[in-house]
Design a protein around this ligand. Structure first.
Ligand SMILES: NC(=O)c1ccc[n+]([C@@H]2O[C@H](COP(=O)([O-])OP(=O)(O)OC[C@H]3O[C@@H](n4cnc5c(N)ncnc54)[C@H](OP(=O)(O)O)[C@@H]3O)[C@@H](O)[C@H]2O)c1
Length: 340
């Protein structure tokens, strides 16, 4: 086969505060023909995720930073288009961390086959992928929901939050969600079935609003936002409440993070507050797929995707996460979905 060409996005410049176009650069590279044991994958969808902002800094983190001048990385699903590797035959579908590029040559290291008959390919990056597993692990292992309790979820309509809300509802929990647009609030109430939801951009005081929606207090908080959402939750936590600190997107692009004022509530309320990272809970993958897979297949668990087209629009998709441009999982489609 003649050489193939692939466009990819490089990490061009480390951002101060909010990343912008100068953070990224587009280049086209040749993909050589595979040698024995190698194969070429054409990516179909790639994921953009808030955690990628953490890989654009020199701050010590749980994943190494992106390398300047090298392609960015992240979850992707694609199809093998040329193969000299029997384990990855031409036509089969795979998942990798080699997103932000249209195509790649690999020997199969860190590439896993996926069964495209189980769910739409895009779902492996969202509801049945890393964000779904994050929701499942954080909710079950840290929040430990019990029927009749109350849960507050921030960024509730997003990839992680929307799954948290619906898994908690399935366990008989009262769910209160916050999100940044009326459209998202309507989806949370009408589709995801949450009990209460509010648009935090239209609320002067999140603590007051949460107090009105949770007159009996909050037993669990799933934090995706931090800052004033976290403070509001701390203020309303009931005795022995549980807080799963999943992410604090409000702070990812700020050079001066705001203080948390209500942490003192952790003492009298005897709160269990735990940060977690999904990669510590890959042992939950089996139970997660067994439990959540059928809920997705039957339509019981609803999910939304916002899909931009073309690798050149991947930076825009990524930046959109910080302005709420996504409803549900933010994805970039890199080529025809042959599994659809
Ligand atoms: N711990 C882990 O292992 C792990 C794994 C995956 C994700 N996470 C974290 O989980 C959170 C959600 O991730 P996701 O992939 O599901 O993203 P997402 O919710 O699908 O997208 C991000 C959403 O955050 C909201 N947002 C952005 N800036 C905000 C701000 N300043 N204040 C309040 N809301 C803001 C926006 O929604 P609105 O329109 O509602 O503002 C945006 O749509 C993130 O904090 C992420 O870092 C953690």
């Amino acid at each position: 086969m003649s050489n193939r060409k692939s466009k990819q996005i490089l990490f061009a410049e480390a951002p101060e505060g909010m990343p912008d176009e100068s953070t990224f650069a587009l280049e086209e590279v040749d993909i050589p023909a595979p040698k024995s044991g190698e194969f070429i994958v054409r990516n179909i969808y790639m994921s953009v995720d808030p955690y990628m902002r953490g890989r654009m800094t020199t701050r010590k983190s749980y994943v190494p930073g992106f390398q300047l001048g090298k392609p960015l990385e992240g979850g992707a699903v694609g199809q093998v288009v040329e193969s000299e590797n029997d384990k990855f035959p031409e036509g089969s579908y795979v998942q990798s961390m080699l997103g932000w590029r249209e195509m790649y040559l690999t020997n199969g290291e860190m590439v896993t086959p996926i069964d495209a008959s189980v769910a739409p390919l895009s779902a492996f990056l969202g509801v049945l992928g890393m964000p779904g597993l994050t929701a499942y692990a954080g909710l079950n292992l840290i929040c430990q929901p019990k029927e009749g309790e109350t849960l507050f979820v921030s960024a509730a309509s997003g990839a992680v939050g929307s799954v948290v809300c619906q898994l908690a509802k399935a366990k008989g929990v009262k769910v209160i969600g916050s999100a940044g647009s009326d459209d998202k609030i309507a989806w949370l109430k009408e589709e995801a079935g949450v009990d209460e939801a509010f648009n935090y951009k239209k609320t002067d005081n999140i603590t007051e609003t949460l107090g009105k929606l949770a007159p009996n207090g909050v037993d669990m908080y799933f934090d995706n936002v931090g800052s004033d959402h976290l403070d509001a939750a701390l203020f309303h936590m009931n005795d022995f409440g549980r807080m799963a600190l999943c992410g604090m997107i409000d702070q990812y692009n700020t050079t001066k993070p705001p203080g948390i004022h209500n942490i003192i509530m952790a003492v009298p309320r005897r709160l269990h507050i735990k940060g977690f990272i999904v990669s510590d809970h890959f042992d939950q993958l089996g139970p997660f797929i067994s439990e959540v897979g059928p809920m997705v297949k039957s339509g019981q668990l609803k999910y939304e995707e916002t899909v931009l087209d073309g690798v050149e629009n991947a930076p825009q998709a990524f930046l959109g996460l910080f302005s709420g441009a996504n409803k549900g999982k933010m994805l970039v489609k890199l080529g025809p979905d042959t599994a659809a």
